[in-house]
Design a protein around this ligand. Sequence first.
Ligand code: NAD
Length: 366
Amino acid sequence: MKTPTTSRRNFIRNGAIGAGALLLSPALSALAESKDNKRLGIALVGLGGYAGGQLAPALQHTKNCYLAGIVTGTPAKGDDWSKKYNIPKKNIYNYQNFDEIAKNPDIDIVYVVLPVSMHKEYTIRAARAGKHVICEKPMALNAAECREMIAACKKADKLLSIGYRLHFEPHTQEVMRLGQKQILGKVTKVDTANGFTYNGDPNAWRLKKALAGGGGLMDMGIYAIQGARYTLGQEPIAVKATQEKTRPELFKDVDETVYWELKFPGGQKVTGKSSYNHDWSYLKAQATNGTFELQPAYGYDGLDGKVNGKPMNIPNIIQQAAQMDDFATCVKLKKQSRVPGKEGLKDMKVVDAIYRSLDSGKWETI
Ligand code: NAD
């Protein structure tokens, strides 16, 4: 499976590059450490490509949390991970006995890294088991499911965060600063795209609507939607979308390439696109007094940017380590993450409206 400019394999290979979890504010970090020096235990649920290729390696670089447990349906994988990451057998669960994790004091945080259709169930079960939750993107199949997940975590008095690693990434943070603080004046235009050429298993869950909720839009487009939202610091109010299929036999159940235009309250011109058939990863913004851009904008590593055509010269970090360390700090301080469930809900409301627009051919209110 390939993403633009860096393949997922390259992300893994390059995983050791970067300064690691440096993005916590020093004050917050110091406060969390002085309160409680214990590193919080994370259990990964679903040991697929992202958990194995990115999250487990990143957890070797975290300061506030560590890989304490796993949940897998494949006992042999449990054995391999147990050896590789020194995970005690008592901290290995399967999907049937998962709820027993409630009794395990080693596990503070459950990280749901499953196909999208399983996010809601495992987030809610984890919260009911008394664990704080990180749930991967896209948060759920639709906005209604997101609301249920947020309500369940609130009821259980547990924190919920979405795996939006880029909010902890310095190029992305620079884009947020430039756009939201209007450093180059008011942003008038944003164009952004994310996609990769899918050449994977034709029977994979990603190509099944019931399991994935959709195709390139759900998987890759969610970043481009976020990109526009965090560049402007505003919420879109309406969307119009079109789609294109060049490999209908492969993408019979889900979208391949989707194009959209978003209407924001400030009247900015905002376009986006997602694809399972193009290697795209960029965010370009035009402001009244200049331009800024990231390209690649959404990968695990190798992000690069320019302001008024000049390089940003910002280092890449291990995004997932920064993300998980920040959440562990939030748990210690009983403080909402900067990417709470409602951030996932906001994106899913846009995704839902894009699918409505693809059906109606009209502008749809978000
Ligand atoms: P994957 O297919 O590689 O792994 C999925 C895991 O779920 C596998 O271990 C599989 O065995 C398990 N599973 C359990 N029940 C299953 C079922 N009924 N059908 C299929 N698999 C089942 O997928 P992935 O790429 O690791 O993605 C998992 C989640 O992580 C998705 O939500 C995806 O969007 C997200 N993800 C996020 C990023 C990111 O950058 N934040 C990157 C990749 C994936």
